[in-house]
Design a protein around this ligand. Structure first.
Ligand SMILES: Nc1ncnc2c1ncn2[C@@H]1O[C@H](COP(=O)(O)OP(=O)(O)OP(=O)(O)O)[C@@H](O)[C@H]1O
Length: 767
């Protein structure tokens, strides 16, 4: 698997071009060449300099040379070889370690390089007996990761590319020997059909790939890397390939160097939570179905990160797809895996398609060397299309096992992850439904005459009617308990299901190319795009969570202030009232600020409009402060007479004796809110969750305004500081420390490197 830059998704990027990810793949190839050289210990210095590599020495060769020197295939190989697509520009630029004629594995002669994926190079090779195979050279030491591949090796299905064996070359390098597929892959076909395939053809592709995947699922395997590049057309039969390795090679093993995993267009959201159930295959199939029909993927973007965030948060626009495809894709692309179809059969059912299982035999042993068992799959209905070559011989045979000389696969595959149980049906509702279903079953199986059954129903109804006096109140009580419980449970679970942006970032990290850092600016842009793509429901859910956090924070701060302020002296209602005011005003200010932050998180924004809106909010806060102070009989001139000469005060706002009118509070808080950039404190992309600098700026700003428009102190400053703390603690926050390139972020923080300017300006200076 290799990560394709989103913009270059349709064609392999030119290695010499600007795509950093492709460059990383090229780096990997170069590195592995060096590794192989050092391991082999055979390549002498002269060999390395020589332009004529020896047949057995691993040596990078240019694909152009390789194409030129590829020997003409002989015998049975010729037809397929001729059917190979010509090496395009991309392929022409690929460099392969082994040249045509090399025999890195005994009895297999490499004919040509087919391509380079995330795991390594793939070659077309021919055995001594003339058997065509594809050889995939794995670039890492995968002893551990290859455990369990034996289960895949013996899978047999018309719609799966057969894995024949895992072999070791003399340098202990791992090779996967697999069925060679001469036809194009779906990526190439979709590239030729930018508006998608005709419906019938799309249905054929979809049904057959689903049949292959279903077979994997029934064997307890999850593909984990379904994408058009891994789906082949083998003379009219769809073959799912690349299913063995992705299960065993985790991102961590791949990410340690310069390579990267997968294209993000097909990645289910829960992969970020480390869930790799079969639902991720269902999700990928939903994406592929959409692409088959439209030629587009449902979630695209300028960057990998943007795509991930869309997978996590955005709803797909399915308006270009007609029914029943729309509903099928919609279900398959549900963010919550538990809401997706639970099986391939369920996925296909609305389309009127089925997956007959044309398996020759699950998990059986490979046939003896040299034996080509006849393809005996029994396919029904739509699947009844056993592939035949022109000579009438069956061609879809799966179980041709080449010579095994060093097989190392051992242990079985780990368990298939079940869907997240937390979002499954509410247990009481499930029990009730189960009970009703059992009752229905009992009723259906009751051997009584229709008359007797009718009589029973009537008796039941009468019993209910006569017991309504206690049944109805009991149902009311149960309803009063159950409904809030149900609502709270769903809110809590939904919120827990909400993807976080840090989570998106982590996914990007685990798949990204570490040697191609992004700048802080670019990171912010990507994150901002993700925030923009967020669905309203997600926004509302986040706001709900933030609001609860804000309320709790305000209460905590008020209690903390009260404990400190009242530790000596009497504690009565009069003494407690100011802290009640603090909590109330804190909430009154914080909740709208969070709401505004939610609206503003889509844009970087430094606008007059924001300040005007904040001024309006400040006026409201001032009014509320005055009103609550009056209600609680709090002195609204506390400390003012001592501090400020009343004759200096604006007469419209203060009485002759210096006592402020409500207008003074309104003006004071309007200034406080409009004068500071509060949106920085609720921005999910702020640098720190809680910036004490911002709190200090809020307190000092309040004190400065107090010099012109005084209000009771220290309540005013406590309020300003409390609001600054509460909004920051409760607003969502993306931890920049999890950003793709920590060096760049740190450089930005230190004010060095390319982000020097932004480092200076991006701090949460509030004024
Ligand atoms: N069994 C096969 N028969 C013919 N061509 C194959 C076969 N397997 C892979 N290829 C071709 O070899 C190339 C590299 O394949 P590979 O699976 O390594 O890469 P990928 O699927 O693009 O990336 P990744 O393995 O990272 O998912 C692709 O062009 C693919 O079409």
């Amino acid at each position: 698997m290799k990560l394709l830059c989103p913009k270059n998704r349709r064609s392999n990027p030119n290695p010499s071009g600007s795509c950093p990810i492709m460059s990383a793949v090229i780096d990997t190839i170069k590195t592995s060449t060096e590794e192989a050289r050092s391991k082999a210990g055979q390549a002498s210095a002269s060999d390395q300099e020589s332009s004529v590599p020896s047949a057995r020495s691993p040596m990078a060769i240019d694909r152009n040379r390789l194409a030129e020197t590829t020997p003409t295939p002989v015998g049975a190989n010729a037809s397929r070889d001729a059917a190979l697509p010509p090496a395009g520009d991309n392929q022409a630029n690929m460099r392969f370690l082994y040249e045509p004629g090399s025999t890195p594995l005994p009895r297999y002669t490499i004919r040509r390089g087919l391509g380079v994926g995330g795991f390594g190079e793939v070659y077309f090779a021919v055995s001594e007996a003339g058997k065509e195979v594809a050889l995939k050279r794995i670039q890492r030491n995968l002893d551990v990761e290859l455990r369990g591949v034996s289960q895949c090796l013996n899978l047999k299905h018309a719609n799966l590319v057969a894995l024949y064996d895992i072999c070791r070359d003399e340098n202990d390098g791992a090779w996967v020997v697999m069925e060679y597929v001469a036809g194009k892959n779906l990526r190439q076909i979709l590239d030729e059909n930018p508006n998608g395939l005709p419906e019938g053809e799309a249905r054929r592709w979809f049904r057959e790939m689903c049949a292959g995947v279903d077979h994997l699922h029934s064997a307890g395997l999850v593909h984990r890397d379904l994408k058009p590049g891994n789906l082949f057309d083998d003379m009219g039969v769809v073959k799912v390939g690349d299913y063995g390795l992705s299960k065993f090679i985790s991102a961590s093993h791949r990410g340690g160097h310069t390579e990267s995993v997968g294209t993000f267009h097909y990645m289910a959201p829960e992969i970020g939570r480390g869930e790799y159930g079969r639902e991720i295959d269902i999700y990928a199939l939903g994406v592929i179905l959409f692409e088959l029909l439209t030629g587009r993927v449902p979630f695209d973007g300028e960057s990998c990160h943007e795509i991930i965030v869309k997978h996590l948060t955005a709803l797909p626009d399915l308006s270009s797809v007609s029914s029943p495809y729309r509903e099928v894709i919609d279900r398959a692309l549900q963010k919550d895996p538990a809401r997706r179809p639970s099986s391939i059969a369920e996925l296909l059912q609305p389309l009127g398609l089925t997956t007959a299982l044309p398996a020759v035999g699950q998990l059986s042993s490979s046939p003896p060397v040299g034996v080509d068992p006849v393809y005996t799959a029994t396919v029904t209905g739509d699947a009844a299309r056993t592939p035949r070559a022109k000579n009438g011989q069956p061609v879809g045979k799966q179980a041709d096992a080449p010579e095994i000389f060093v097989g190392r696969a051992v242990s079985p595959v780990g368990p298939v992850h079940e869907p997240n149980p937390t979002m499954q049906e509410e247990p009481i509702a499930r029990a009730v439904r189960h009970g009703f279903r059992q009752l229905g079953g009992w009723w259906d199986g009751l051997e009584r005459s229709p008359g007797a059954k009718t009589a029973l129903v009537i008796i039941g109804i009468i019993t209910l009617v006569f017991n309504t006096h206690w049944l109805v109140p009991m149902l009311w009580v149960l309803g009063f308990i159950y409904v809030p419980y149900y609502v709270v449970r769903n809110i809590v679970l939904h919120v827990r299901q909400q993807p976080t942006y840090a989570q998106a970032q982590r996914i990007a990290d685990s798949h990204a190319v570490p040697h191609h850092p992004i700048t802080r600016d670019a990171w912010r842009r990507q994150m901002r795009n993700g925030l923009r793509a967020k669905h309203t429901v997600t926004r509302v859910a986040e706001l709900g969570t933030s609001s609860i956090a804000a309320i709790l924070t305000c209460l905590f701060l008020a209690v903390a202030a009260g404990v400190i302020g009242l530790r000596r002296g009497p504690v009565g209602p009069a003494e407690l009232a100011p802290y009640g005011l603090l909590a109330a005003i804190g909430m009154i200010a914080t909740l709208p600020l969070l709401l505004l932050g939610k609206l503003w998180e889509r844009e970087e924004g430094e606008s007059l409009r924001r300040r005007i809106a904040l001024a309006g909010l400040g006026a409201g806060i001032g009014l509320a402060t005055f009103a609550i102070s009056q209600y609680l009989l709090l002195p609204v001139d506390a400390g003012l007479a001592r501090e400020i000469d009343s004759t200096d005060l604006p007469q419209a706002f203060y009485a002759d004796n210096g006592v402020p009118y409500g207008a003074a509070f309104v003006a004071h808080f309007a200034l406080l809110l409009a004068g500071l950039r509060w949106w920085k404190m609720v921005d999910p992309l702020r640098k720190r969750r809680l910036s004490l600098w911002s709190v200090a700026v809020a307190v000092v700003g309040e004190w400065l305004i107090h010099q012109v428009l005084p209000i009771p102190q220290p309540s005013g400053m406590m309020l300003a500081g409390g609001i600054a703390i509460a909004v920051q603690m409760s607003a969502p926050w993306v931890n920049p420390a999890l950003a793709k390139d920590k060096d760049v972020m740190n450089a930005g923080r230190r004010g060095v490197g390319p982000n020097r300017h932004e480092a200076a300006t991006a701090s949460e200076g509030m004024v």
